[in-house]
Write a protein that binds this ligand. Structure first.
Ligand code: ARG
Length: 457
């Protein structure tokens, strides 16, 4: 492509370090789409003849059909997807192919292709997260009244409902979707026509190519256009944040599926066995989702480090932008799909959740609140009294509501019979009616609001 200036070819290692075709062949559809928009514009502007433009466009369709049927050839001498496509085009239509690269550089070409690819990746992640949200909604609806222990420090804290717990993840994935949508809105400008760095003297119509490729308009500064990878970093930021949420949900499944917890039985489809221990049902998929989040965060850091300190405009370092984005996209897609499958098929052991919710003195706060409400005791004092009641129950080996009234009265005689009405886990949960609270009625409100919002999307 640049042989005119060179007497010798590159060394083998030069060729290998320079080539991006082994990974950037994933951009082939975007490369064809970008070239078709470009050549249509060149024809419309009279920069190439209508006949050449038509021949190039038809030739690009043939190249695309060939790639779809046979894959993209990994020819290191052709370096990258842009050169491979162009050389195939030349084989298909002859010398007219040489006019395609008029008023264009690989710098604006790759920036355009990559934006198109990242835009698709965002759309795929968004749709997959919406499906995960729907799975969470369905399971939350089933379990709006199922009591489980709520934890802080992974210690029994206060009873909550499983529906409420699942809806917490619905919120997280909703924020992830909105971050992806923000990134998409900001990135949807087209670099094509910025050429190598300075723009072009040909009378290109950048608004036309931008519109043809579904962008909101052209980017505004040619130097920035060819050297900006913010869109990829923003996508990776959103992906990394999302993967943190996935890893937290995955961790819950790992813990819940363990025998001491026994809150969930993963279906056969989402478990693996052990080659030595026949009793095992391991939550490998959840563990891998947890693990993948580290790799996805690593992809973000990788691209940030690539971009750090690069002077304007394009530098070849930027060819390293693609592997972390491709890797993160693949890992994220698998992770979302795996969590969706696990959520859909999990058998929640609500009997076990209830038993544990009842065993950890989780209604101690309700006793303290009762003292405040019914006996006018200041909260700090109520806290202290309740602590003594918990100690008494612990010493007697009973649950709070099993302590006889005389024992409670011995601790503080303002405690009366009515307290037993708040010490059950059901009463505790039902009382948490503040907006966003765990009372089944509030959880049902949250589910209804979420369904309405999903229906409006
Ligand atoms: N393969 C290159 C990349 O991915 C394409 C741009 C090459 N531009 C250049 N001036 N060498 O970044």
């Amino acid at each position: 492509m640049w042989g005119g200036r060179f007497a010798e070819g590159p060394s083998a290692v030069m060729r290998e370090i320079n080539a991006s075709i082994p990974f950037d062949k994933r951009l082939w559809q975007q490369d064809i789409a970008g070239s078709k928009a470009h050549v249509a514009m060149l024809g419309a502007q009279g920069i190439v003849s209508a006949a050449d433009a038509a021949a190039i466009s038809a030739g690009l369709d043939r190249v695309a059909a060939d790639f779809a049927a046979n894959g993209v050839p990994e020819d290191l001498t052709l370096e990258d997807i842009h050169m491979v496509t162009e050389s195939r085009l030349a084989e298909a239509i002859g010398p007219a192919a040489g006019r395609l690269h008029t008023a264009r550089s690989r710098n604006d070409q790759v920036a355009t292709d990559f934006r198109l690819w990242v835009r698709d990746a965002i759309d795929q992640a968004e749709a997959a997260l919406a499906a995960l949200q729907d799975a969470l909604l369905a399971r939350a609806d089933e379990h709006a009244e199922s009591v489980m222990p709520g934890f802080t420090h992974l210690q029994s804290a206060q009873p909550v409902t499983l529906g409420h717990h699942l809806m917490a993840y619905f919120e997280m994935f909703g924020r992830d979707r909105s971050r992806l949508a923000d990134a998409r809105a900001r990135m949807n400008l087209c670099p094509l026509g910025s050429a190598a760095l300075a723009g072009t003297g040909f009378p290109v119509d950048r608004h036309a190519t931008a519109a043809a490729l579904g962008f909101d308009g052209p980017t505004r500064n040619s130097l920035d256009s060819v050297s900006d990878r913010d869109f990829a970093i923003e996508y990776l930021t959103a992906a990394a944040q999302c993967s943190l949420h996935l890893s937290r949900l995955a961790e819950e499944f790992v813990v819940w599926a363990s025998q001491p917890f026994g809150f969930v039985a993963l279906s056969d489809q989402w478990s693996t066995g052990s080659s030595i221990m026949p009793q095992k049902r391991n939550p490998d998929a959840a563990e891998l989702v947890r693990g993948h989040s580290g790799r996805i965060a690593g992809c973000l850091v990788s691209l940030m480090m690539t971009m750090k300190g690069l002077p304007l405009a394009y530098s070849k370092d930027m060819q390293d932008d693609k592997p972390p984005v491709f890797e993160a996209h693949d890992l994220l897609g698998l992770s979302i799909a795996a969590m969706t499958g696990m959520v859909e098929s999990a058998a929640f052991r609500t009997d076990r959740m209830r038993a544990l919710a009842e065993s950890g003195f989780a209604t101690a706060t309700d006793l303290a609140d009762w003292l405040v409400r019914e006996a006018g005791v200041p909260f700090r004092e109520a806290h202290h009294i309740t602590g003594r009641a918990v100690a008494a129950a612990e010493a007697a080996g009973v649950r709070l509501h099993e302590l006889p009234l005389e024992t409670l009265k011995g601790i503080d005689d303002r405690i009366g019979e009515g307290v037993y009405g708040v010490l059950s886990v059901d009463a505790s949960v039902a009382s948490r009616t503040s907006f966003g609270g765990t009372a089944p009625a509030r959880v049902r409100d949250a589910i209804a609001a979420a369904r309405a919002a999903r229906a409006e999307e």
